[in-house]
Design a protein around this ligand. Structure first.
Ligand SMILES: Cc1cc2nc3c(=O)[nH]c(=O)nc-3n(C[C@H](O)[C@H](O)[C@H](O)COP(=O)(O)O)c2cc1C
Length: 204
């Protein structure tokens, strides 16, 4: 039970969506930077193109992000949805300690599309796969450090404002936002679909 595979599974089970967060961290900012860097170095990417980009916003910078989200959502949501859904939800994200923005820069993948035209159309999808792997890895690792995280999607609404404020190249594509902070409660109950419908093994 103590081999590496079992420890990784334990980490995977520990990764849950946690929404009740405070503006504290269980680890230092240096440690956060170190872990984000490890994820950048060791998560796979198509053709090893390393197209993932992660922008980490902490404390006041994190709060600015969720202020922007509330502003842009306020401009387009029906008032009732804004009051009942977005305002409390976004206030919950803003109450956290930080957010990691996951981007993909398509430029490093472009030459492979020219070299292998038969798979050029699949490359954006594969970049998304790699982004998801980065998201999962960092989410799992931060929770293993005692933080709570949840994954959000406020693109494309926030894209232009975020690019402008934090000098993010407009060509980068924003895939997801991972909110984190010190958890104040457990994750919600989770139902599991039967594995008989999901896992198939032939040739045992
Ligand atoms: C691709 C993807 C998109 C998701 N988008 C959101 C989202 O926009 N907002 C949110 O609160 N949770 C989002 N989630 C979290 C899922 O709702 C959550 O992972 C799922 O309900 C299982 O719960 P768990 O994370 O606690 O295991 C997303 C998860 C994935 C994998």
């Amino acid at each position: 039970m103590h081999n590496l595979a079992s420890k990784i599974v334990k980490g995977m089970k520990g990764r849950r969506s946690i929404y009740a967060l405070t503006n504290e961290s269980t680890i230092s900012d240096d440690r956060i930077k170190e872990l984000v860097s490890e994820v950048a170095l060791h998560t796979p990417s198509p053709f090893n193109c390393q197209s993932a980009r992660m922008v980490v916003l902490l404390k006041e910078e994190h709060q600015k992000l969720w202020d922007i989200a509330l502003e842009v959502v306020s401009a387009t949501s029906p008032p009732e949805v804004l009051e009942k859904v977005y305002k409390p939800r976004i206030a919950g994200f803003r109450a956290g300690y930080g957010t990691v923005l996951f981007y993909e820069d398509f430029a490093p993948l472009k030459p492979f599309g020219e070299q292998f035209p038969m798979i050029a159309g699949k490359l954006p999808e594969w970049a998304d796969h790699s982004s998801g792997m980065h998201q999962f890895a960092l989410w799992t690792i931060l929770e293993a450090e005692g933080l709570g995280c949840n994954l959000q999607h406020y693109s494309p609404m926030i894209d232009a404002r975020v690019s402008e404020l934090w000098n993010v190249p407009v060509e980068w594509s924003l895939k997801a936002q991972l909110v984190f902070g010190k958890p104040t409660g457990p994750p919600r109950d989770k139902a599991f679909e039967s594995l008989d419908k999901r896992v198939f093994i032939h040739g045992e």
